[in-house]
Design a binder for this molecule. Structure first.
Ligand SMILES: *Cc1c(COP(=O)(O)O)cnc(C)c1O
Length: 434
């Protein structure tokens, strides 16, 4: 946050209008001046027909599922390797998350696994552009078109990223971005839903703001899923967002430069595979994802992480986590899927079709499980205000561990296993690490 954001906030304060939304017919149904300006600049920057601001991207995901017409018993194909809301959004409309496996290079949905999950009950695919890299959209959209499915893109971690020349978010039907504190740019909490489809945009706007009050005003004949919440962004946040968006390209360029430097340094080391950017795509480096082979390195992953962290200079008074194991536990291991209890206590929506049994057992998505348990390493250091010198510190620490890994094996012989929990906040703690 800089002077531009402060000035923008003060202007809104002076106007006295901190939010202009009204949940009924009239000119303020779609919000006030700053909200509409923020949406326009976002849409224009990337060439989207519609950009619709929201108070969180979780709200945006719920709106996307509702706008896509998901209803009880519909199956929605999801990634198990993502933030929980990328799948639970389906449950809010009675949809059933069905987990397809991920690709071991992009960590995003594997099109072949998606296709294998399709039944006559499938209605949508929720694709996540994980860690800043796009999922392989062309085959996924092709599968969706062949089966009459909607494609929703969770691009929370990938603002401004392109897939084969097209900006992510609306390569499929609709999608969007998070503006929470941990993301590239933020408004405290917030998000932006985007689409090129007029009908989906209207339905999303209805769900954002008590749609039940205005379906007649907008001549909506099919009122299914148009009851609304209050998922509105404030004028204060929109004013901040307008300024933050101006910074995004610079942030992305910095991350790409830092990542390129780090990858060049790490690519020669045995057992480490730096992240890959697919042809025609860009990478936002929300985090820097490395693949690790304990067999090749000759050191268990948790000991490698412990050793690297011991080598890195510590920031003042904070526990910095420059390297963590895995990402989230595959989502289907969480109680909502294990117990199949989501809305109420009777098992809805998992019991909505009594003839269908949903399975969320271990082994469902072997690649996601392997990444979580064995192969993935994440570093949040590829971002401002860190510099190329910080990348060198990190690479030097890795190099030292790699060089002395045979001796480390003896040092660590009696070490109990432990796992750092992934938290993007750790990145902020790295400020001044050197
Ligand atoms: C951050 C994030 C979300 C949720 O966004 P909020 O704005 O915090 O609600 C959803 N999906 C992914 C992949 C995310 O990283």
């Amino acid at each position: 946050m800089g002077d531009a954001e402060k000035k923008a906030v003060l202007e809104v304060m002076d106007s006295d209008v901190l939010s202009a939304f009204l949940g009924g017919p009239g000119q303020y149904f779609n919000g006030g001046a700053k909200v509409q300006e923020f949406e326009q600049v976002w849409a224009q920057k990337y060439g989207f027909q519609h950009a619709i601001s929201v108070n969180s991207w979780t709200s945006g995901l719920i709106m996307a599922v509702g706008a896509a017409g998901i209803e009880p018993g519909d199956e929605v194909i999801c990634s198990p390797f993502t933030m929980s809301a990328s799948a639970t959004c389906a449950l809010f409309y009675g949809g059933i998350p069905i987990f397809a496996d991920i690709d071991p290079v992009s960590f995003c949905l594997d099109p072949a696994s998606v296709e294998a999950c399709i039944t006559e009950r499938t209605r949508a695919i929720i694709v996540v552009h994980l860690f800043g890299h796009p999922a392989d959209m062309d085959p996924i959209v092709e599968i969706a078109r062949r089966h009459g499915l909607r494609v929703i893109e969770d691009a929370a971690q990938s603002p401004g990223v392109v897939y084969r020349g097209r900006p992510v978010g609306a390569v499929g039907d609709l999608g969007g971005f998070s503006l929470n504190f941990h993301k590239h740019i933020h408004t405290g909490e917030g998000g932006m839903l985007v689409t090129n489809d007029d009908d989906l945009a209207l339905r999303a706007r209805l769900i954002r703001n008590h749609g039940e009050n205005v379906t007649e005003q907008y001549g909506v004949a099919d009122i299914a899923n148009t009851i609304g919440g209050n998922y509105r962004l404030t004028e204060l946040q929109a004013a901040i967002g307008i300024e933050q968006l101006k910074r995004l390209d610079g942030y992305l360029a910095t991350r790409q430069e830092l990542a390129a430097h780090l990858s060049a340094r790490l690519s020669g080391f045995p057992g480490l595979t730096p992240p890959v950017t697919a042809p025609g795509c860009s990478h936002a480096f929300y985090v820097y994802a490395l693949r690790y082979s304990a067999e090749v390195m000759g050191l268990p992953r948790h000991l490698f992480v412990k050793a690297v962290l011991a080598e890195l200079p510590k920031p003042k008074g904070v526990e910095a986590t420059a390297l963590v194991e895995g990402y989230v536990k595959p989502l289907y291991f969480s109680p909502v899927y294990q117990k199949q209890i989501a809305l109420g206590r009777q098992g809805f929506p998992f019991t909505f079709r009594p003839d269908v049994k949903y399975r969320y057992e271990a082994g469902l998505c072997p690649v996601a499980e392997r990444m979580y348990e064995k192969e993935l390493l994440l570093s949040p250091i590829v971002r401002e205000p860190l510099t190329l010198a910080d990348m060198d510190d990190f690479a030097n620490a890795v190099e030292k561990i790699v060089t002395h890994r045979d001796r480390l094996r003896d040092v660590f012989r009696d070490e109990p296993e432990r796992r750092e929990v992934f938290t993007p906040l750790a990145a902020a703690n790295l400020t001044g690490a050197r």
